[in-house]
Design a protein around this ligand. Structure first.
Ligand SMILES: Cc1ncc(COP(=O)(O)O)c(C=O)c1O
Length: 387
């Protein structure tokens, strides 16, 4: 680390607090605007969109620039960040920036369901085709790259089946073949896996999860290298993507504590996962930091830690019993999303087209900031009810 470079935790605190944006306040304030007023027609027509350049609400205010700049600074090697109104919008916006009719996209078979749906519907209608690959393919991806392959979309770990991919290996092959790489890095965040430094061209966060951290906001972010950022950002504006300033502000607020929250999510999730591993009703525990998880060795090689989301295989229970198990938990909510301070549980049934999930009959847990011993007690009671 060179002198003057901020360590990640300092970056979280200092990242988006330029004096000219926050003035005398600790936090940059919420600046709400559609219209920006100029002193002359020449000033208006001469204005250019960009960080720190007031132009029109779509191109953001200091509230947005602060969040975008902080996220960029967390990714060594990145040139800029485009913000969106959800994580899914960031994924579809980034894909739209990269792909044209006639292109082929390679997508991990472990991908987040709504991303797969976008590829199969809107992307298909626009003339780009999608081919899925086994998340454990690694450098073998070279064999799938054809004349029309334009981009690869990775997600590591997959948010249901948790396979860790060889992201540096796939990116190295892609770069040699002039194929653009995009990564859904929501589980790790740049704190646990700085993606651009690992060779990714565009890294995407559903900031709804750990950046927001409180289950009360939806935000997407895509951070890119100098080669890809201008087109990424321009496409987002051309599509009319706008994040509300209130939500951008909540993102910045969440970011301050993301480091300490992640440490607690990590410690508690590991405690629960290790306990689950000992239970007779549990088969595989798919947590990247545990050996059952496909890609565990890659996690050890590439990641700086783990977060709070993982899955486990519930043995000998049919769908109805699995639902009853989840419903009998008192401290775990039943609902979509994750990354908030509260624990969640959900039965998940991964959709696959070219590979098999590592296990079936999965329950996905998000371990929140409750005392992990209380969560373990709750799970133990639910297992006892299961019989
Ligand atoms: C891995 C992953 N990526 C992207 C998203 C989409 O984020 P959002 O809910 O903000 O659209 C989710 C949401 O659950 C997710 O789990």
């Amino acid at each position: 680390m060179s002198k003057g470079e901020k360590r990640p935790f300092t970056g979280l605190v200092e990242g988006d607090r330029r004096k000219e944006w926050r003035r005398r306040l600790v936090n940059p304030p919420v600046e709400r605007a559609s219209t920006i007023l100029f002193d002359s027609v020449a000033e208006l027509t001469g204005s250019r969109p960009g960080l720190g350049e007031y132009r029109y609400g779509l191109q953001g205010t200091a509230t947005h620039w602060a969040l975008a700049e902080a996220l960029t600074e967390l990714e060594p090697g990145a040139a800029g960040t485009a913000l969106y109104s959800s994580g899914l919008a960031a994924i579809t916006g980034a894909l739209t920036a990269v792909l044209s009719a006639g292109d082929e996209l390679l997508v991990t078979d472990s991908v987040y369901g709504p991303t797969r749906k976008f590829c199969e519907t809107i992307l298909k209608r626009c003339g780009a085709t999608t081919r899925y690959y086994d998340p454990m393919i690694g450098a073998g991806i070279a064999e799938l790259i054809g004349e029309n392959t334009r981009a690869i979309l990775l997600e590591s770990p997959g948010s249901q089946t948790m396979e860790i991919q060889d992201v540096p290996g796939v990116c190295a092959v892609a770069r040699e073949r002039a194929v653009v790489t995009l990564l859904d890095n929501t589980w790790a965040t740049p704190l646990l896996f700085p993606a651009i430094a690992a060779g990714v061209d565009i890294t995407i966060l559903a900031a709804t999860k750990y950046v927001g951290g409180h289950a009360d906001v939806m935000i997407g972010a895509a951070t890119a290298t100098a080669e890809h950022y201008p087109r990424l950002q321009t496409t987002a504006w051309d599509l009319g993507h706008a994040l509300s300033p209130d939500d951008a502000w909540l993102g910045s607020r969440g970011l301050r504590t993301m480091g300490v929250r992640l440490k607690q999510h990590e410690a508690s999730a590991l405690k629960v996962a290790r306990w689950l591993k000992e239970q007779p009703q549990v088969g595989l525990v798919l947590h990247p930091a545990l050996p059952d998880c496909p890609g565990h060795e890659l996690w050890k090689r590439d990641f700086r830690g783990s977060s709070g989301l993982f899955s486990f295989e519930l043995r000998g229970a049919d769908d109805a019993a699995r639902a009853e198990f989840v419903e009998s938990l008192r401290l775990f909510g039943i609902g979509y999303s994750w990354g908030g301070y509260e624990s969640l549980a959900l039965p998940v049934d991964p959709v696959r087209t070219v590979s098999r999930p590592p296990a079936n009959n999965l329950v996905r847990l998000h371990i929140g900031l409750e005392d992990p011993d209380d969560l373990i007690e709750d799970l133990a009671d639910a297992f006892a009810e299961l019989g």
